[in-house]
Design a protein around this ligand. Structure first.
Ligand code: AMP
Length: 187
């Protein structure tokens, strides 16, 4: 199965995507994780992405699309994957469609995790106390939420029109959310 997991920052996409990837026997591909890995390793891609991420802005599509194209070409992603944090713009949706189309493949399902804004901010506040991501400050988080609403939330409608969208409650404990996802997808 080729799945996308979408939702605002702090919705719990990463944790759920890891479990779901195991379930569908494919890699968990998080564009945010790949960027952070590159920032830590001080690669050229990391240097390019860092200023956008620190400001809570999206990394330009050309950069993100090229990175995802390379990652999806790896053999482990041939028949199943869970994409976490991609696509986030209309351009990225079109790129993903083209990439899959070229292989005669398509997205099997899109999970949207729905969590109220105030809970998102509270969750991220806890996450930043634990680990500290450079984009988890309150001000940047609020900006990331606004960018999500403006650029990414509207994309869900298109997936809904294709009959691919599972809009699920992302509140409650991890296990409850995991069960909702598995039940919706029948996995
Ligand atoms: P995430 O870990 O998914 O919350 O991503 C962290 C940050 O990485 C985002 O706030 C963006 O700055 C950047 N990023 C991750 N995925 C994308 C994407 N698909 N398009 C553009 N920027 C992205």
């Amino acid at each position: 199965m080729r799945l996308l997991i979408m939702g605002p920052p702090g919705a719990g996409k990463g944790t759920q995507a890891v479990a779901l990837a195991e379930r569908v026997c494919g890699p968990h591909i998080s564009t945010g994780d790949i960027f952070r890995h590159n920032i830590r390793r001080r690669t050229e891609l990391g240097a390019l992405a860092e200023k956008f991420i620190a400001a809570g802005e999206y990394v330009p599509d050309a950069v993100t699309d090229a990175m995802v194209r390379d990652r999806l070409a790896e053999p482990d992603a041939a028949s199943a994957f869970v994409l976490d944090g991609y696509p986030r713009t209309a351009q990225q949706v079109a790129t993903l469609d083209d990439l899959l189309d070229a292989r005669g493949a398509f997205v099997d399902g899109v999970i949207e995790l729905v969590v109220p804004d105030e809970q998102l901010v509270a969750r991220i506040r806890r996450r930043s106390a634990d680990g500290g991501r450079l984009d988890d400050t309150e001000e940047v988080v609020r900006h990331r939420l606004a960018v999500y609403s403006a650029q990414t939330a509207p994309l869900l409608r298109a997936y809904g029109e294709r009959g691919l969208l599972y809009r699920l409650d992302g509140t409650g404990d991890l296990e409850a959310v995991r069960q909702r996802i598995n039940f919706a997808l029948g996995v």
